[in-house]
Design a protein around this ligand. Structure first.
Ligand SMILES: Nc1nc2c(ncn2[C@@H]2O[C@H](COP(=O)(O)OP(=O)(O)OP(=O)(O)O)[C@@H](O)[C@H]2O)c(=O)[nH]1
Ligand SMILES: [Mg+2]
Length: 250
């Protein structure tokens, strides 16, 4: 019996990049797979692509429609709460541009199977021989700069928290972890780690290092049409400070 995996796919003005056929092929390839798309106020026809897909396979595709744009973090949080309500074995979030192909889901699931104490597996974009990590040089180095600020700022030995490919055990999700709104737009992945760290510090859960595993992806392709603006990199640096303050990171 394949495990039930429900992926949250945040979508904002993705009509130009959303490859519904690829998601449909993903369903055909993985019988236990399902999607919760979250559209928060797209005006480009994204919804018109998603809703017929949901009507086509209602038990495996749903659309969470938010009236206005709330940002990726809050969209993912709304999607995770909706996905958890289906009580699957695994919930995850996955970028709509499929920069990370869906066949990497199985590798994240295998990483969790190999570490019974782990709660979340995070895809990591590690350029190395034998992998196909295609990233523009500027995005790569800017990404490394932000990643270094994140790992130093939070004292976390994390390589790549920002990759849009995450999977976690639904039933082992710490209670209330996704209840409070995120305080940043793009660093919500980091906030999830900061929340785990705060719980550990308060004696409520295991250490982040025990709960989270990074999985170097075999394939990742930078898809043109990114919503990330150059200013977002500076906002990310400010965001790390806000996260340290908000979650009282020592
Ligand atoms: N619902 C929602 N989704 C968003 C929003 N902003 C971005 N996203 C989604 O977040 C995902 C990642 O956005 P991209 O524009 O591809 O970002 P990126 O440049 O690939 O970022 P990296 O993967 O970090 O390199 C896509 O699925 C977007 O549709 C938003 O405001 N609301
Ligand atoms: Mg992308």
């Amino acid at each position: 019996m394949p495990s039930a995996v429900r992926l949250v796919v945040p979508c904002f003005d993705e009509a130009g990049r959303l490859d519904v056929a690829a998601f449909r092929a993903g369903l055909a390839a993985a019988p236990g797979l399902a999607f919760t798309f979250v559209d928060d106020g797209s005006t480009d026809g994204t919804r018109a692509l998603l809703e017929p897909f949901a009507r086509e396979v209602p038990d495996r595709v749903e659309v969470v429609a938010l009236p206005q744009n709330v940002g990726k973090g809050e969209a993912v949080r709304a999607g995770v709460r909706a996905a958890l309500a289906h009580a699957p074995d695994f919930v995850g979030w996955w970028d709509a541009d499929l920069a990370t192909p869906l066949d990497e889901v199985a590798r994240l699931e295998a990483a969790l199977a190999a570490r019974p104490t782990a709660w979340m597996a995070m895809g990591a974009r590690v350029q190395r021989l034998g992998s196909e990590i295609r990233r523009r040089a500027l995005r790569h180095y800017a990404g490394r700069l932000v990643a270094t600020c994140i790992s130093r700022g939070l004292g976390l030995r994390a390589y790549d928290t920002q990759c849009g490919a995450k999977l976690f055990r639904a039933a082992a999700t710490p209670a209330g972890l996704f209840d409070a709104p995120f305080v940043t737009r793009w660093l919500f992945d980091v906030e999830v780690l900061a929340r785990l760290r705060r719980r550990h510090r308060d004696g409520l859960g295991a250490a982040v290092e025990a709960l989270v595993v990074e999985v170097p992806l075999l394939r990742w392709t930078d898809v043109p049409g990114s919503k990330v603006r150059p200013a977002d990199f500076f906002r990310a640096l400010v965001g790390v400070r806000r996260i340290r303050r908000h979650y009282r990171v020592p």
